[in-house]
Design a protein around this ligand. Structure first.
Ligand code: HEM
Length: 313
């Protein structure tokens, strides 16, 4: 039997109900650590959201590198979903082994930050990783305000290796890797739009800091077109081989093209659906989760200069 929250989440996963919300009616009953705050599930998350929002806010009103690392913590959710360990359970932080893997290069700062926030707010690591990714995305100008659920159980067993995508993998391998985790090619394209905010440091170390579209730290659809070689491509932009093969593959090419042209709100909703699915991989107690969307910062719906090359975050 599903609980009301279980039914809500099922409807979101079936895309029958939006994965975004502007609900923000919430006043914390007390400050962090007070008994009244401890009694209210969303209270500690309210205080956490305030601190994270400030930490993710970058120069010129954009989101900064810590925010981008938070968005990228998607990677640990992929591994071993469906087994008795794995998924969105906080492992990337809780096990020393996972963060040392090459696929997780660049995530060290956010992992250190997670330890500090987990202690400060008294929250579980699996929830914290998902929650801070949602705060990070909504801190980026134009980013969606995705619904957040808390109550995951943490596990500290490392996932098997080889379950994460590599930047040099073929389209076949990437598509089947994500399909295995119930992420369709369509959802994968939506998720990869996150490279709109990203910078690379380890793929080509000589070009450390090179962005994947012209507007690092802004949540726009611009990264789809540069990958296709369409539109203006500032020389600073570094295209990932994995994005290039998926932009061309017959299973993903149409969606890639239309994501660049369908507009921001269409992509934001697709991203929110796909990310919600990702954030619940391997979570076996969905009926017991609680929704705390109301504590998130409100989205920034406009950004002047979204199409210009903006660096320096
Ligand atoms: C086919 C799957 C994917 C591959 C092969 C891939 C690969 C990469 C690589 C190589 C980097 C640069 C790391 C570095 O050199 O510093 C990166 C950065 C990033 N990726 Fe992906 N990625 C994939 C999927 C995703 C997804 C699903 C998301 C979000 C939901 C995402 C979000 C990000 C973000 C935000 C960054 C920037 C981190 C920063 O600026 O510090 N990626 N990705």
């Amino acid at each position: 039997m599903s609980t009301p929250i279980g039914k809500t989440i099922a409807r979101i996963l079936l895309e029958q109900e939006s994965a975004q919300s502007l609900e923000n009616k919430y006043t914390p009953p007390a400050s962090l650590g007070q008994p009244a705050c401890k009694k209210d599930t969303c209270c500690q998350w309210y205080w956490a959201a305030n601190v994270m929002n400030a930490a993710f806010f970058g120069k010129f009103g954009r989101c900064n590198s810590l925010a981008r690392e938070a968005v990228r913590t998607w990677s640990q959710k992929l591994a071993s979903q469906g087994k008795d360990f794995g998924g969105a359970d906080g492992r990337i932080v809780l096990t020393a082994a996972e963060i040392q893997r090459a696929e997780n290069n660049g995530l060290q700062d956010i992992v250190d930050q997670m330890w500090a926030w987990s202690a400060q707010f008294g929250v579980g690591m699996g929830d914290l990783i998902q929650f801070d990714a949602a705060v990070a995305v909504v801190t980026c100008p134009l980013g969606p305000r995705m619904r957040v659920f808390v109550g995951r159980k943490d596990r500290a067993k490392a996932a098997p290796e080889g379950l994460l995508p590599d930047v040099n993998d073929s389209a076949d391998k990437l598509i089947s890797l994500f399909r295995d985790k119930t992420i369709s090619p369509h959802a994968l394209v939506a998720l990869l739009g996150a490279h709109t905010t990203s910078e690379q440091f380890f793929v080509d170390t000589k070009r450390a800091g090179a962005p994947q579209d012209g507007t690092t730290g802004v949540w726009g659809t611009l990264s789809y077109n540069p990958t296709l070689g369409l539109g203006p491509l500032p020389k600073e932009v570094f295209r990932f081989p994995s994005d290039i093969v998926l932009a061309k593959d017959v299973r993903t090419a149409d969606e890639w093209k239309s994501s660049g042209s369908h507009g921001q709100s269409h992509w934001n909703e697709d991203y929110a659906f796909a990310y919600t699915r990702l954030s619940l991989l391997g979570v076996n107690n969905i009926n017991d989760l609680k929704e705390c969307t109301k504590v998130l910062p409100m989205p920034k719906l406009n950004f002047k200069g979204a199409g210009e090359l903006l660096k320096d975050q």
